[in-house]
Design a binder for this molecule. Structure first.
Ligand SMILES: C[S@@+](CC[C@H](N)C(=O)[O-])C[C@H]1O[C@@H](n2cnc3c(N)ncnc32)[C@H](O)[C@@H]1O
Length: 256
């Protein structure tokens, strides 16, 4: 993204809802004494700190590209836990016993190449654990794309269209096999969220998906983009209360 639009407060409004996939991903890890862990796209570091403690890690490094998210993360540092600004699309330091990434690889292109590179960061017997949203065909995502194609937004973003890099679950399984992993677990899981109203979906995606548009639109135009998105979402969903928001995610675990 061209600018840092990550906002820790907005992102954490749905902290409870985001917890379950993190817990499910951690549950896939096999025990490993005092591992060295890297958490790619660690965000505010809250979950990195939990991971570090839960695994009894000797060392955990959190990497994130957003200075604003890392500002908060640095508060967790100490006792083997540290944070650095970096790009998970090019990160190359290693080896690690566990390469972990929760809800971040959807921001990076070319997942076959990414998985190959992350595999190269693993120590012998190392584990890869990745969770990625896969909700791009839900109205909440499709309507953001549709609004981006409307004027004046399309013109202001020079026709920018999001092209989600996330692959089908079985494709990740094939890639892991091709990379020589002897053990793997890949699954698609639907997380059922019951939100107060359709407007809560808007608040949710403002902290994630819409940051891609916010980074590319003039600041004065972004509120109009959000208003238009809200109207289209209400129109499409009929503004039910409560509003059921099914969210698909892919969980990937493998050991060499
Ligand atoms: C949805 S948040 C997830 C944060 C954390 N892993 C969690 O589970 O709460 C996605 C994070 O990925 C980071 N991110 C996006 N693109 C990145 C990149 N290319 N390299 C490193 N971090 C990136 C963002 O700054 C953001 O903090």
């Amino acid at each position: 993204m061209s600018q840092d639009r990550w906002n820790p407060s907005q992102y954490e409004r749905f902290r409870a809802e985001r917890r379950a996939p993190f817990d499910d991903l951690v549950a896939l890890l096999r025990s490993c004494p005092a591992p060295r862990v890297v958490d790619l796209g660690c965000g505010t570091g809250d979950l990195t700190a939990e991971l570090h403690e839960k695994l009894g890690a000797r060392e955990t490094l959190g990497i994130d590209s957003s200075a604003r998210m890392l500002e908060k993360a640095h508060g967790h540092a100490g006792h083997g836990l540290s944070f650095e600004q970096g790009d998970l699309g090019t990160f190359a330091a290693g080896p690690w016993d566990i390469v972990f990434s929760n809800a971040a690889i959807q921001w990076v292109e070319d997942h076959p190449a990414l998985l190959g590179r992350l595999t190269g960061l693993l120590a012998p017997g190392g584990q890869l654990a990745v969770q990625t949203p896969a909700n791009f065909d839900h109205l909440s995502h499709a309507l953001a794309d549709a609004v981006a194609a409307e004027q004046p937004f399309a013109h202001a973003m020079s026709g920018f269209r999001r092209e989600p890099p996330v692959l089908a679950p079985e494709r990740y399984a094939e890639l892991l096999f091709g990379l020589g992993f002897r053990e793997q677990h890949v699954r698609l899981q639907v997380y059922p969220h019951v939100l107060e109203s359709a407007d809560a979906i808007v608040e949710w995606v403002k902290g994630t998906l819409l940051t891609a548009y916010e980074a590319r639109l003039p600041a004065a135009l972004f509120p109009a983009f959000v208003d238009r998105y809200r109207d289209r979402l209400r129109e499409a969903l009929g503004d039910p209360r409560p509003c059921f928001y099914p969210f698909k995610r892919i969980l990937i675990w493998a050991r060499r």
